[in-house]
Design a protein around this ligand. Structure first.
Ligand code: NI
Length: 136
């Protein structure tokens, strides 16, 4: 029997989507408003899910306080109110699309989750656009 527990979190961050090896017209054509050289912000919403067996002693899959603190340390403190392109090392040469952000978040959290548990991260860039990554 495996149960999934989830924790919601959020952060606000600015980004710009562009490739330095493309000219302005091509960046504009592919990334549109998200290529604005002056950056723009999103209210990112995050759902982190852990799937595993219920510990018979505690009744927990994972202590939610531990998960909450982990998300704060690894994601919120690193990304909240930051310019992702300029202030977050992982995006120095990686386009901060929602797809790339969710993979970076997964990779930051994964080492701190018990190896026997599965991790899935859902990232909302807007209320209607979201991406999901589970390490596969
Ligand atoms: Ni954007």
């Amino acid at each position: 029997m495996r149960v999934t527990v989830s924790r919601k979190a959020h952060f606000n961050a600015a980004h710009r989507l562009y490739r330095p090896d493309w000219d302005t017209a091509q960046n504009q054509a592919i990334f549109g408003k998200c290529s604005n050289p002056h950056f723009h912000g999103h209210n990112y919403e995050l759902i982190v899910s852990i799937t595993g067996a219920i510990d018979p002693e505690t009744g927990y899959v994972m202590d939610m306080k531990v998960l909450k603190d982990l998300i704060k340390d690894e994601v919120e403190d690193a990304f909240d109110h930051k310019n992702l392109n300029e202030q977050v090392p992982e995006f120095k040469s990686l386009n901060p699309t929602a797809e790339n952000i969710v993979v970076v978040i997964y990779n930051k959290l994964r080492p701190h989750i018990a190896a026997t548990n599965d991790l899935e991260v859902v990232l909302y860039e807007t209320p209607r656009n979201f991406v999901k990554y589970n390490g596969q």
